[in-house]
Design a protein. Structure first.
Length: 325
């Protein structure tokens, strides 16, 4: 059983993570994971975690397959694995126009092919092969890492719907998903197809450890309204069967009324997609994700009135949410 934490923690500066990270293993956490969406990059927080808390598994969930060349991505992950002497997971995904095209000036055309080709390239590179040839989305004129990374980094794919989930199972070590309810986990797991056995399913789970249900739902709506109206996530939840539930939210958003869109997200859906309540209630909810088929949950901790600000507050919250062994 693996159990992770999303980095950076909200409201904690990178240098102030050191005391928090040093306690994670003793609390029962095994992994730290990062994302990449116009804030911190995906690798620097992991390098700091490796220095401050050796032994944790380090993963990106996810970095875009478009914004680094395949060779640079392989070199970065291999360097991290060598420096950390720990398991590294390179989670790659398609991202989308807001991050790739609009602020990086790179075309995000043909995302499926780019993710597939990058996953194939990385697997070959991490095995110590010389990679040469024409992929569908790029051409490599001969690349080889100076040595086979030890331990060999694993490759996973950020995936939401059947096409990318099958790709993750076929071309990588597993799938990374988020913004789903417990009832959605078997649907996502089944979509991995016949290659599911032996493939890891990782899920970022948003957690607000507060008994103040009104506060939690306010935070949840603020977080969810933009996500649920993003093209990829609206398609994800349509596939999961929530078109009728979210129709009013989508319509209000399209009409330029984000406040009405947020109000149209039902309480029940907020409660399903955001883990909240007392620490005991949160642990019970998280355990249901594991029972449903998530192999590695990792917590994206949201601020709560009871936990306070700063690294001490974050550590108190993580200690309260630590898995019961």
């Amino acid at each position: 059983m693996r159990y992770g934490v999303n980095l950076p923690l909200i409201g904690v500066s990178l240098p102030d993570h050191a005391p928090v990270l040093r306690e994670l293993a003793d609390l029962g956490y095994t992994d730290v994971w990062t994302g990449e969406a116009a804030g911190h990059d995906g690798f620097t927080p992991l390098a700091l975690a490796a220095a401050w808390a050796p032994g944790l598994r380090l993963g990106t969930a996810v970095v875009p397959a478009f914004t680094r060349g395949p060779a640079l991505l392989a070199m970065t992950a291999a360097t991290l694995a060598e420096a950390a002497r720990a398991e590294v997971v390179v989670g790659i995904g398609s991202s989308g126009p807001p991050f790739v095209d609009r602020i990086n000036g790179i075309s995000s055309a043909e995302p499926y092919r780019r993710v597939r080709d990058t996953a194939r390239f990385l697997r070959h590179a991490f095995e110590g092969r010389t990679v040469r040839g024409r992929f569908d989305s790029f051409t490599i004129d001969g690349f080889r890492l100076p040595g086979t990374p030890v331990p060999r980094p694993r490759v996973m794919v950020g995936a939401l719907r059947p096409g990318m989930l099958r790709l993750a199972a076929r071309e990588s070590d597993g799938a990374i998903t988020n913004f789903l309810a417990v009832e959605d986990v078997p649907v996502v797991a089944d979509a991995l197809g016949p290659a599911r056995p032996g493939k890891e399913l990782v899920a970022r789970l948003y957690v607000c450890p507060t008994r103040d249900r009104t506060y939690a739902r306010m935070i949840g709506r603020r977080l969810l309204v933009g996500i649920l109206n993003a093209r990829t996530y609206s398609a994800f939840h349509t596939w999961l069967g929530r078109e009728d539930v979210l129709k009013a939210c989508w319509q209000a958003w399209a009409e330029g009324d984000p406040a009405r869109a947020a109000a149209a997200v039902p309480d029940e859906l907020v409660d399903d997609l955001l883990v909240h309540g007392s620490p005991e209630e949160c642990r019970t909810h998280l355990a249901r994700f594991v029972e449903a088929g998530v192999d590695t949950p990792f917590l994206h901790l949201l601020p709560a009135p009871e936990t306070g600000d700063g690294p001490q507050g974050a550590l108190r919250a993580l200690r309260a949410l630590a898995p019961v062994r």
